[in-house]
Ligand binder design. Structure first.
Ligand code: GTP
Length: 240
């Protein structure tokens, strides 16, 4: 039996880019399978898990709008791309023998269940992984904000924000060798220092509702289980 989890229910936020692996675009099946295996190891501890995935491996609404595309249209395209990622992750998780449900914030009944909060909670209680697709269903909101919102709605204990680096640094660790990794930060520190963890809407939502966030490195196999078992990796963002 795996070690008891430190949390009862968590919301895992994956970036779309995480699914692309080294290829940087689209879905790299081996990477997806490896993420699914890590998730399996983590849920075997008994933790209940909701997942929100971004869409950066296909389309970035904000980047397209910066190049002149209507922001709302660009964001809707991004939301559709999260649905592709959600279905891909569902497939990979089912191949690992896990029960999953995809719920979409934009109705597409032929493809996924509509987002219904109480139904999502019932699925979680039955130890099904619920993948929340299509962001919040609204333009101008990021998938980080969708993760914060869904985490609150399902009464998650924490948001686990998976990234490509070990946590939150004072400067970009990919560019600066002397970048300092924070072990703990308050929400206000993240906002005041302008640290690129989640956008300010998502951080504010977590701050107002005292929902802690741990950012950690997804590219290290086994890290999802480590975070869930309470291992002090990554950076914790919480109240003082
Ligand atoms: P329980 O009520 O706990 O048994 O949950 P359940 O999800 O097994 O029951 P339900 O009959 O709602 O769903 C059976 C299957 O149909 C699941 O795989 C759902 O994800 C899927 N499903 C349910 N509603 C919809 C929908 O509106 N659209 C799509 N595409 N699939 C749906």
């Amino acid at each position: 039996m795996s070690k008891a989890p430190a949390y009862r229910r968590v919301l895992l936020k994956l970036s779309g880019e995480a699914l692309a692996g080294q290829e940087g675009f689209g879905i790299h099946l081996e990477t997806l399978t490896s993420i699914a295996k890590d998730i399996k190891e983590a849920v075997q501890t008994g933790v209940q898990m909701g997942i929100v995935i971004g869409a950066g491996n296909f389309f970035r609404g904000m980047a397209a709008s910066a190049k002149g595309m209507d922001r709302a249209s660009a964001d809707y395209m991004g939301m559709l791309a999260t649905c592709i990622n959600s279905l891909a992750l569902q497939d990979a998780l089912e191949k690992q023998g896990l029960a999953t449900r995809v719920q979409s914030a934009i109705e597409m009944a032929e493809i996924a269940e509509p987002y219904i909060r109480r139904k999502a909670i019932r699925h979680l209680e039955k130890n099904r992984i619920v993948i929340f697709a299509a962001g919040t269903g609204n333009p101008y909101f990021t998938t980080d904000t969708a993760a914060a919102l869904r985490a609150m709605e399902i009464n998650a204990d924490i948001i686990l924000k998976a990234t490509k680096v070990d946590g939150i640094y004072d400067k970009d660790p990919m560019k600066f060798k002397d970048a300092h990794l924070f072990q703990k930060l308050t929400y206000i520190e993240v906002l005041n220092k302008g640290l690129q963890v989640m956008d300010s809407t998502a951080i504010s939502l977590c701050m107002d509702n005292r929902l802690p966030i741990i950012t950690f490195n997804l590219t290290v196999p086994g890290n999802i289980s480590r975070v869930i078992s309470g291992n002090p990796i990554g950076t914790l963002v919480a109240s003082a």
